[in-house]
Ligand binder design. Structure first.
Ligand code: BEZ
Length: 181
């Protein structure tokens, strides 16, 4: 009964779990290509959040949670509801980084063509979009920085996330008034 988080679940799971480990999923890459009209943006101006894209040459780091069967059964319908904006459940196999165990897990992925899908864009454009979006769950840049902070604390790198953080940070410096103390 494992769930794999690679977005907000890594820092804010919102469910009780028995154990959690940094984990690697092979065959996928993480991209800020999914629109968020209900969490980090609004229907008029959706934010950008992560989804996974199949890529046989890639792997993605995230957090694996083991849930009791009771909590697992209660949690999936809640996540189905929370992620109603275009995500589908997928069954995968993960590698736990600390002990090398391979475990079956459930994850949510937003497939291309779903109603909220934004797809690729120039990285600088994505950074401007993230730096200027917010929704009921908070600012879009907070979502990016929380994810990057979790990866950093675990010594894990995702170049796509890292480059977006660099660009969003540069934008926020530029927005500071020159005479701010
Ligand atoms: C995540 O945090 O892994 C996640 C949760 C729901 C949808 C997509 C990603």
């Amino acid at each position: 009964m494992w769930i794999f988080g690679y977005g907000s679940l890594v820092w804010k799971p919102g469910f009780r779990f028995e154990e959690s480990h940094a984990a690697r999923l092979e065959g996928f890459k993480r991209r800020f290509w999914q629109g968020s009209p209900d969490h980090r943006g609004t229907p008029e101006r959706p934010g950008r959040v992560v989804t996974l894209l199949e890529d046989p040459s890639a792997s993605v780091f995230g957090r694996a949670f083991r849930l009791s069967p009771e909590v697992f059964a209660k949690t999936l319908p809640r996540l189905d509801h929370r992620e109603k904006g275009g995500y589908q459940r997928l069954s995968v196999e993960l590698e736990l980084l600390d002990d090398g165990r391979r475990v079956p897990a459930t994850l949510y992925v937003a497939v291309p063509g779903n109603p909220s899908y934004l797809g690729p864009a120039d990285l600088a454009e994505m950074a401007r979009h993230i730096a200027s979006s917010a929704g009921p769950s908070g600012r879009n840049d907070e979502y990016l920085l929380e994810l990057a902070g979790w990866l950093d604390r675990h010594g894990l790198d995702d170049p796509h996330v890292r480059r977006l953080v660099e660009m969003v940070t540069a934008l926020s410096w530029r927005r500071l008034p020159k005479d701010a103390d």
